[in-house]
Write a protein that binds this ligand. Sequence first.
Ligand code: AMP
Ligand code: MN
Ligand code: MN
Length: 342
Amino acid sequence: MTRQSQGHLDCIPAPRYADALQSVVDFVKEHDDWLIVSHERPDGDAIGSALAAAHILTALGKTWRFVAEGPLPARFNYLPLFSQAYTSIQAVDRQFQHVLAVDCADEARFAHARSFIAEGAKIVNVDHHHTNPRYGAAAWVDADAAATCELMFHLALALDVELNEPLATCLYTGILTDTGGFAQPNTTRDVHLITARLLASGVQPYDIAEPALESRTWPQMRLLQMALNNLTVSSDGKYAILYVTQGMLEGAGCTDDDTEGLVGFTRSIDTVEVGALFRETADGRIKVSLRSKRRVDVSRIAQMFAGGGHTRAAGCTIVGDLGDAMDAVVEEIERALEAAGA
Ligand code: AMP
Ligand code: MN
Ligand code: MN
């Protein structure tokens, strides 16, 4: 080992909740055949941490299947093992006794993969959502971690798995996307120390940032044009809302997955504390994405509608009409802004 890489290793932060990490390490070591699951509308951290799990299990000589809750966004197709993910609409030939759930705030987040989970199967829960009720036979939940990929980094080290470039690429992707390109308040010293270690493994930042964060297809850009046309801000400037209907998706040639990132435009208005995006799904439900800047805990608003998430980024699904869902959520946003003195 060179002196330089030794130096990086010296700076690696210690994981928090070492006992919980150890319970996951013991469980993973003990069992050989795994189903990996992550949350619906998979984002960079969901996919990054699931594929990192796949690399770790392979390195340990174990077998696995990754069943994603839905189609994986093509922007992440540079990820090693990307093409080996199954989606829950495809048949996987059997059920599994051991499940590794990553980036899933609750068990409903991997509802589609249920049919591949055997009765009485043991679930290992690795996550960073503070709303996570710590389900499973072993749970390691650290809400101070910027991304589940930060936890998977520690898991790899604890299991003595080599941090090679393919694994580092998965980990970097989750950390990059969940910190909004190292810009959100969850960007910590630990994040940068871990990231430095990932660069030492050969990660090329722009090769990941360009597809993962920057790039949009032309239909996605058309949808952005349409969506910005209906961006509205409250009279006091404190919250902003956007909506996307099925008609808009069709008009732009997009699917539901192409709305990723749109909610950010609500929060980028300088006076706005809370931003919300409402999306009509093909099956007639309304998906709500909530974001805040500094004062309002949007996970509490999401929880009022049976959702969850983080303090500054949360979501929920409402059954009903777009207008009614917007009215109901706006009422809670106004209440939360007032309670926060924002
Ligand atoms: P999104 O608005 O879909 O980008 O979600 C923002 C954050 O909230 C992500 O960390 C999601 O994992 C989380 N989240 C979204 N919807 C839910 C839900 N129904 N239950 C729990 N967490 C959620
Ligand atoms: Mn996620
Ligand atoms: Mn995450």
